[in-house]
Ligand binder design. Structure first.
Ligand code: GDP
Length: 352
């Protein structure tokens, strides 16, 4: 396989989004040089690598796969923290404050996003860097908005690959942000070592319709906005969640007091150090007890299976496959062939 890619005139069949995606990539680039630069922590190289990863052009995809293979050998490991919460709960304020606190401690922080709505809105709502103004200017931070993709599966793959490139670039903490919509939490949890759910103080005693499934994947629930007039409500909400968490099945892989609920104020930068201490305590505990590696292994298996599924779906999505599907559907409808046999024949013929 060639180590170079060239990219001159954009082929006519490539849409506007694809052109936009490849903006910033040089005409020729050497994957070996790129990977070396990434390993030295070069942010420009990191940015380029992620642009390459996000490109849907087949040649770029090959190069991206090759790059990731090379970087794998670096065996660097960040703490990957998934962070979810509904719009307005304070995610960007939290990331800004929390990120600044970590960089002040000498840690390097990368922020990535999985934004299931970006396909619909045509641009990422998590992509607005002005939301994290201070952090985006911090030389020890790297912020990357969610890639524009039509499928959550595509966003997931690209974000997961971007995480590994950030790790190779020597980041200590990778924050993966998502809005609490649909399947995106599960996707983010499957690429994170820790999963943090951000909640706003509630007026009533209801648990804000937070689904049990999300509670089950959260390691720490942070009640944000625990300041000023909202403090009493935050305190009540926090004890509601602490109570709800106690009712969940205990996880054998965690210390007895996890998952836990805590209060923070992202705006006043209060409680953030305590939250970080809990995150590192849990991570250390999992590392010492083998659960950290076991989780990453399980995640690798999961993503392998997802890739196989997506690969098969892609094979069904070609014009030839669709035409064959249509043919078989007609025959099945006419009673010439049973659905079972038709499906078997179609699947056997895939990739021919
Ligand atoms: P996101 O949509 O989840 O990213 O939420 P933002 O970070 O944009 O915050 C939404 C609103 O909540 C903004 O007006 C913030 O100033 C406010 N906010 C965020 N964190 C806090 C906090 O800790 N306390 C208070 N009182 N307001 C906050």
């Amino acid at each position: 396989m060639s180590l170079h890619w060239t990219f001159g005139a954009v082929p006519r069949h490539v849409g506007a989004r694809d052109q936009c995606e490849t903006d910033g990539l040089p005409d020729t680039m050497d994957i070996e040089t790129l990977s070396k630069k990434i390993l030295t922590g070069d942010r420009r190289a990191l940015s380029r690598a992620i642009t390459l990863i996000e490109s849907s052009r087949a040649d770029h995809r090959d190069q991206a796969v090759h790059l990731i293979e090379r970087l794998k050998d670096a065996q660097r490991q960040a703490i990957r923290i998934g962070l979810s919460g509904t719009p307005g709960v304070g995610k960007s304020t939290f990331i800004e404050s929390f990120g600044k606190m970590l960089t002040a401690q000498g840690l390097r922080v990368a922020v990535l996003a999985v934004d299931p709505s970006s396909a619909r809105s045509g641009g990422s709502i998590l992509g607005d860097k002005t939301r994290m103004e201070e952090l985006s200017r911090d030389p020890n931070a790297f912020i990357r908005p969610s890639p524009a993709q039509s499928h959550l599966g595509g966003v997931a793959r690209r974000t997961r690959e971007a995480v590994t490139v950030c790790e190779a670039a020597g980041f200590d903490v990778v924050l993966i942000e998502t809005v609490g919509v649909g399947q995106s939490e599960t996707v983010v949890a499957e690429m994170s070592d820790l999963f943090i759910l951000l909640i706003a103080p509630a007026g009533g005693d209801e648990l804000q319709g937070v689904k049990r499934g999300i509670m089950e994947i959260a390691d720490i629930i942070l009640i944000n906005k625990a300041d000023g007039d909202l403090k009493p409500a935050a305190t009540r909400t926090c004890s509601d969640y602490a109570g709800a968490l106690r009712l969940l099945r205990k996880r054998p892989q965690d210390p007895a007091d996890f998952p836990k609920a805590m209060m923070v104020s992202a705006l006043e930068r209060d409680g953030l150090q305590k939250a970080w201490d809990e995150m590192t305590a849990l991570t250390t505990w999992r590392r010492e007890n083998g659960h950290f590696d076991a989780r990453r292994e399980a995640q690798a298996r999961y993503w392998f299976q997802q890739e196989v599924r997506q690969g098969l779906m892609a094979q069904l999505d070609t014009p030839e496959a669709r035409a064959r599907m249509q043919d078989f559907a007609e025959k099945v409808a006419a009673g010439d062939i049973t659905p079972t046999v038709a499906a078997q024949e179609l699947l056997q013929g895939l990739g021919d």
